[in-house]
Design a protein around this ligand. Structure first.
Ligand code: SF4
Length: 272
């Protein structure tokens, strides 16, 4: 560990340092042995395109929670939500090419037989060639009954295109990270999403066959009022009712509300 700590600028070994505190603030840091650095850098995979990927993942005998092929399509996030540590600490944004992702998906499909391919990243909706990628994967996998799924999505104009592109076989819930129920509060957290874009996206999801939506919200944000919290209920209700105009039924909405945990290295870190 000592050798690694001396050699790599991204290795930090806590037991080799001593901290000095002034009340709750850090006053200084001291290395306990000579020639140790006091400043560190992130370990960053530069050549994300060609970095090795497990192409023959283990397929368990029992049913696993995530029974699917997972392909990481992008690392880092172009968004700058003020509460999000990943946005500030996982730079620069790197992405794999459409060809490479397709190649990985095919290899994993033939070695596992899974029927779903999950396109992973911090914000899959921000992958620039998403339309091209999903079209290419759908073209190859559709007649093999393999569907595509995506993790939680950032909502922007592009989102309303997604339901038509994502063809999860099980058509489970479409997960959307709304974060705050009012446009005003979303401006404050630097997630400037218009209500009309959100409604257009959800309507497109219902039309494409989704019946259930998972919405993520955060409470305890800077600038939040009582009204903003009540709006979570109202907005969820409106989004459930939106389905009525499509097939006369009410949409199922699953709401997850989390407390803001201010994270270091983010603008909201200072709220702690
Ligand atoms: S879109 Fe998601 S990952 Fe990107 S900055 Fe916002 S919260 Fe973070």
């Amino acid at each position: 560990l000592i050798k690694a700590a001396k050699k790599f600028e991204w290795v930090y070994v806590p037991s080799l340092y001593e901290f000095e505190y002034d009340s709750e603030k850090t006053k200084g840091i001291k290395a306990l042995i000579p020639n140790l650095r006091l400043q560190f850098k992130n370990a960053v995979v530069r050549d994300f395109e060609n970095t090795p990927v497990p192409l023959r993942p283990v397929v368990p005998f029992t049913q696993a929670v995530h029974e699917r092929i997972s392909v990481e399509i992008m690392r880092g996030c172009p968004g700058r939500c003020y509460f999000c540590q990943a946005s500030f600490c996982r730079r620069p944004v790197r992405r794999r090419s459409v060809e490479k992702i397709t190649e990985i998906a095919k290899a994993c499909y033939y070695s596992t037989g899974f029927d779903t391919i999950s396109l992973l990243s911090l914000s899959t909706a921000d992958y620039p060639e998403l339309e091209e990628l999903t079209a290419k994967l759908n073209e190859y996998f559709r007649d093999k009954h393999v569907g595509l799924s995506m993790p939680s999505l950032r909502v922007d104009r592009q989102l309303k295109l997604l339901p038509g592109l994502v063809t999860s076989v099980r058509k489970g819930g479409l997960t959307i990270a709304v974060e705050a129920a009012s446009e005003r509060l979303r401006e404050i957290i630097n997630k400037p999403l218009k209500d009309e874009d959100l409604f257009a996206a959800v309507e497109a999801a219902y039309r494409a066959g989704w019946q259930r939506l998972k919405l993520y919200f955060i409470v305890g944000l800077a600038g939040e009022t009582e009204e903003d919290i009540k709006s979570v209920v109202e907005l969820s209700f409106q989004l459930a009712k939106l389905r009525k105009q499509i097939d006369g039924k009410t949409g199922q909405i699953n709401v997850t509300i989390s407390w803001l945990v201010p994270k270091p290295h983010t603008p909201f870190g200072w709220l702690a």
